[in-house]
Design a protein around this ligand. Structure first.
Ligand code: GMT
Length: 374
């Protein structure tokens, strides 16, 4: 098949999943054409069967806000026809689904252009829900040829919020369990943690929804009982505030801010615990990557995270602000080897259910269904 993919190219779960999906499809012999304003960072090297088409945005004095979404529509139309694509798959409803809808109309009734929109989370919970986008998001969902959602929670929320009767297919996010795999980690090698110290890790885009402050507060309590370090990977609006909080709590020598990292597998491999106290999470792909490396997760009992992290099997789930319980559970895991090993084995077992070899065929089948049925 020849598949077009549009996504946000920068850091963030939806762009990561879209890029990994493209890589997985290309590995299975499909031709994948990414269309975006920048090369998605995950495909920033040579891959057979992967092509990138940059959307040029016209700067013009009249345009206070250059209309990227319109240029994207035109680029999608050009690439669809020129490359003879079979299907277009857009990730994150706003504005990508709206652009694809316009492309379909530009190409007209005689074109075979069909598009699938994958809903990732904040495109429904925050952006789509905002009054300036609500009607457009509903319209895009109702007028996509196919709609997928990354969790059952997000599907139900979308139906409820936008009063949708259209069928939404749940296709869970995935992980390559052969890449994200625990192997003998030498903690000294990563240079941040000593052999006898525990490593607690968190990876995100540091948006308010991730509740970074709670991670630091949990760590503050855990530090009192356990010799450990906190590794924070990623960048975003809350990073500066997090650094200040760490300083105020006198934890500067115990907390590492690593910024953005393209490959977190080696770090997860050496981690003993993953913290994700998000206020809302439609899936939590970073938690899945941790599970795949056999790292137990302390997360929150909100949204779709419950569908990924089975409470008591591969970690524990609490209310987002329940710092005391999260700290206690962290101490239990880090101080009790057999509990860690039980949860670590449960983590890996859980991740295998979301392995790319299980999930990618579901996308391929769905592409075929949409091409056939519409
Ligand atoms: O919150 C993020 O990390 C970014 C955000 C995005 O839209 O790029 O992630 C959403 O999509 C991810 C991939 O499907 C999910 O794993 C995240 O749970 C989801 N984030 C939220 O729902 C807050």
């Amino acid at each position: 098949m020849k598949i077009g993919i549009t996504c946000y190219p920068t850091y963030g779960g939806s762009g990561v999943i879209a890029s990994e999906l493209g890589i997985e499809l290309a590995e299975r012999g499909h031709q994948v054409h990414f269309i975006s304003y920048e090369m998605p960072f995950k495909i920033n090297k040579y891959y057979e069967n992967i092509y990138f088409h940059e959307v040029e945005v016209l700067e013009y004095p009249l345009f206070k806000y250059p209309p990227y979404s319109l240029s994207l529509s035109v680029k999608m139309a050009e690439i669809f026809e020129h490359e003879g694509l079979d299907i277009m798959h857009v990730h994150y409803a706003i504005p990508h689904a709206a652009s694809a809808y316009l492309t379909q109309n530009i190409l007209g009734k005689n074109s075979s252009f069909k598009f699938i929109t994958t809903l990732h989370g904040t495109d429904i919970t925050i952006v789509g829900n905002h009054s300036s986008f609500f009607k457009l998001t509903k319209f895009c969902i109702e007028n996509s040829n196919g709609i997928t959602s990354v969790s059952d929670y997000l599907k139900k929320l979308t139906i409820e919020t936008f009063d949708i009767s259209k069928e939404i297919e749940v296709i869970y996010n995935f992980v390559d369990t052969s890449k994200y795999k625990r192997n003998n980690c030498d903690k000294n090698k990563i240079g941040l943690v000593k052999k006898n110290e525990s490593a607690i890790i968190h990876v995100s885009n540091f948006r308010p929804v991730k509740k970074i402050k709670n991670i630091i507060e949990v760590f503050y309590k855990v530090r009192k009982e356990i010799d450990c370090k906190l590794i924070l990977v990623g960048e975003g609006p809350e990073a500066a505030f997090a650094k200040e909080t760490v300083k105020q709590l006198g934890l500067s020598s115990k907390v590492f801010f690593l910024g953005r990292k393209d490959n977190v597998a080696p770090l997860l491999n050496c981690a003993d615990l993953y913290l994700l106290p998000s206020k809302s999470e439609s899936f939590g792909v970073s938690a899945l990557e941790a599970l795949s490396c056999g790292v137990p997760v302390i997360g929150t009992n909100v949204g779709g995270l419950k569908e990924v992290v089975a409470d008591g099997v591969c970690g524990y789930l609490f209310d987002p602000d329940d710092i005391d319980s999260m700290a206690k559970a962290s101490i239990d895991i880090l101080s009790n080897k057999s509990l860690f090993e039980k949860l670590s084995a449960g983590a890996r077992e859980t991740a295998l259910k979301f392995d790319s070899n299980v999930i990618i065929p579901k996308y391929i089948d769905y592409y075929k269904k949409i091409m056939r049925d519409n």
